[in-house]
Design a binder for this molecule. Structure first.
Ligand code: HEC
Ligand code: HEC
Length: 312
C-alpha cells in the first residue's frame, strides 16, 4: 500500500474520532438538572411528543470508552505513514514470520530429497506427493495439472522431449529455463514454398498429403530444416528443435498450424526457476516431471527386452 493511503486512512480515522467527541459534547451540553423538565423536540405523531432529554451518563461514558479504545488502537497498530505502532505488528511481518517458520520446517526435507538421484527419487511416493503439490502451484498454469500441456506449452508427461528427457536435461530445463527459436521462414520460402514444406512436414507424422507437394517439400526440408530438425524430422534436443515425426505438437498439428509455425516462426519461453524456487525444490520437481513419463520409459525398456515387439 502506498504511503498516501496510509496517511489518508489514518487522518480520516482521527477526524472521525474528533467528530464523535464534538458530537457527544454538543448533544450532552446540558446536565439533566439544568434542563426544564418537559422540553420537547417539537416532533409530534398522533399526539405523542418526543422529549428532548439528554443522554444518560452511563451511556455517554460508553461512547467515551469507545473513543479511548480507538485512540489506543491507533497508537498500538500501524496507522500513519510508516509508523509501525507500539506493538511493531504488521500483516507483512506476520506473513514473513509464518513463511520463515514453514521454510524452517520443510527445508531439511527438501535438502534430504536433493541428495537422492532423480530416477530414484521419482519412485519415492511421499516425495512425489510433495512434488505434485509444488507442480500444481508453480507449473500447472502453463503445463496443465497433469503435465499434458496445451497449445504453446509442451506436454511434459510423455517421453517425447524438446530439450531432452535425461535427468540432467530436465533439471537444466527447469533451473535455467529454455528459450526455443524457430526462425520465421515465410520470407525466405515464399507462400508457395511454405505450402510445399508444410505438406511434407504434415506427412512426416504418417498422414496423407498431396504427393507432388510432398516431394517438392522434401527437397526444401533438406535445404532449410534438417540443420535443426534432423534428416528424419525427429529434432535435436541440443537446439530445442522438437520432433516433427510424431503426433505430439506444441503449436498444433493441423496444416494451418504447421504453416503458421513455418511462416511466422515460434519463440517459446520456459521461465527459469532457480531464483524463484531454489535448487532443492527444483530437484524434487525434476524428479516429479521424470516420474510423469515413467510408465512410457518402462514400457519402452520392456519393449526392448521383448525384442521390440510391444503389444501397444
Ligand atoms: C534454427 C533452427 C531451426 C530451423 C532452421 C527450423 N526450425 Fe522448426 N523449430 C525450431 C525450434 C527451436 C522449434 C521450437 C520452437 C519453440 O520452442 O517455440 C521449432 C518448431 C517448429 C514447428 C512447431 C512444432 C510443434 O510441435 O508445434 C514446426 C512445424 C517446425 N519447426 C517446422 C520447421 C520447418 C518445416 C523448417 C524448415 C522449413 C524448420 N522448422 C526450420 C528450430 C528450427
Ligand atoms: C509461464 C509458463 C510456464 C511455466 C510457469 C512453466 N513452464 Fe515449463 N515450459 C514452458 C514453455 C513455453 C516451454 C517450452 C520452451 C520452448 O519453447 O523451448 C517449457 C518447457 C519445459 C520443459 C522442457 C520440456 C521438454 O520437452 O524438453 C520442462 C521439463 C518444463 N518446462 C518444466 C516445468 C516445470 C517443472 C515448471 C514448474 C516449476 C514449469 N515448467 C513452469 C512454459 C512454462
Amino acid at each position: 500500500m502506498s504511503s498516501f493511503w496510509n496517511w489518508y486512512i489514518g487522518i480520516i480515522a482521527v477526524a472521525n474520532i474528533l467528530a464523535c467527541v464534538w458530537l457527544i459534547r454538543w448533544t450532552a451540553k446540558k446536565r439533566p438538572d439544568e434542563k426544564p423538565a418537559h422540553e420537547t423536540t417539537g416532533h409530534e405523531w398522533d399526539g405523542l411528543t418526543e422529549l428532548n432529554n439528554p443522554m444518560p451518563r452511563w451511556w455517554l461514558w460508553l461512547f467515551y470508552a469507545t473513543i479511548v479504545f480507538g485512540l489506543v488502537y491507533l497508537a498500538l497498530y500501524p496507522s500513519f505513514g510508516s509508523y509501525a505502532g507500539l506493538l511493531g505488528w504488521s500483516q507483512y511481518s506476520q506473513w514473513e514470520q509464518e513463511v520463515a517458520e514453514t521454510e524452517e520446517r520443510v527445508a531439511p526435507l527438501f535438502e534430504e530429497y536433493a541428495g537422492i538421484p532423480i530416477p530414484e527419487l521419482a519412485e519415492h511416493s511421499d516425495a512425489m506427493q510433495t512434488g505434485r503439490r509444488l507442480f500444481e502451484n508453480n507449473c500447472a498454469v502453463c503445463h496443465g495439472v497433469d503435465g499434458g500441456g496445451r497449445v504453446g506449452f509442451p506436454n511434459i508427461a510423455n517421453d517425447d522431449w524438446q530439450w531432452g528427457g535425461e535427468p540432467e536435461q530436465i533439471l537444466t530445463s527447469i533451473l535455467e529455463g529454455r528459450r526455443g527459436n524457430m526462425p520465421a521462414l515465410g520470407g525466405a520460402l515464399g507462400e508457395d514454398g511454405v505450402e510445399k514444406v508444410a505438406a511434407y512436414t504434415f506427412s512426416l507424422s504418417g498422414r496423407d498429403a498431396p504427393e507432388e507437394l510432398v516431394s517438392a517439400g522434401k527437397e526444401l526440408f533438406e535445404q532449410r530444416c534438417v540443420a535443426c530438425h534432423a534428416a528424419d524430422g525427429t529434432g535435436r534436443t541440443a537446439l530445442g528443435a522438437p520432433s516433427l515425426a510424431n503426433d505430439n505438437w506444441i503449436y498444433g498439428g493441423s496444416l494451418e498450424a504447421i504453416k503458421t509455425s513455418i511462416r511466422d516462426g515460434r519463440q517459446g519461453f520456459m521461465p527459469p526457476q532457480k531464483d524463484l524456487l531454489g535448487e532443492d525444490r527444483v530437484h524434487l520437481l525434476a524428479a516429479y516431471v521424470y516420474s510423469l513419463s515413467m510408465d512410457e520409459r518402462n514400457g519402452a525398456a520392456e519393449d526392448v527386452a521383448d525384442g521390440g515387439e510391444g503389444d501397444e
